[in-house]
Design a protein around this ligand. Structure first.
Ligand SMILES: O=C(CO)[C@H](O)COP(=O)(O)O
Length: 150
């Protein structure tokens, strides 16, 4: 699995921790860090979130983990990219369902909302979940894709 990570200045410290976690995860073959590199970089979250979501939409990344202050701005931004389903999640159950119910390729988190250890645990769990295209949820997700095509 190839993962892109990105953050704004509010989320960069947590993004860096998550990137290092992902780099040691044997399930991950590639981690691309799209920035920001440090908190002095004041690029706004939509630039980073859209850039990462475009990597997913183009098939250059399988999933993305995005961090801002709340996770909300990153989530809204990533969801503007056609074909991308992003969710903000700070709990294990929502993160699991974001895959199993919604086939989300993008997880967003708020560094001002969640501590790094819990965030790392949830990301590690999220990576381990897989969407079942034969499940009853698949037709529901397909309706979203159909709407996007109209
Ligand atoms: O959390 C953010 C966007 O959802 C971002 O990190 C901070 O945004 P701001 O409150 O508009 O500065």
């Amino acid at each position: 699995m190839r993962i892109a990570v990105a953050a704004d200045s509010a989320g960069v410290a947590l993004k860096d921790e998550l990137r290092e976690l992902l780099r040691t995860d044997t399930r991950i073959t590639e981690v691309s860090d799209l920035g920001v590199p440090d908190a002095a970089d004041d690029r706004a979250y939509p630039l980073l979130g859209i850039a990462a979501a475009e990597e997913v939409a183009a098939g250059r990344a399988d999933r993305a983990v995005l961090v801002c202050g709340t996770g909300i701005g990153m989530c809204i931004s990533a969801n503007k990219v056609a074909g991308v389903r992003a969710t903000v999640a700070h709990d294990s159950y929502s993160a699991e369902r974001s895959i199993k119910s919604n086939d989300c390729q993008v997880l967003t988190m708020g560094a001002r909302v969640i501590g790094p250890e819990l965030a790392k645990r949830i990301v590690a769990e999220w990576i381990g979940h897989a969407f079942d295209p034969a499940s009853a949820s698949a037709a529901k997700v397909a309706r979203i894709s159909e709407y996007e095509r109209t």
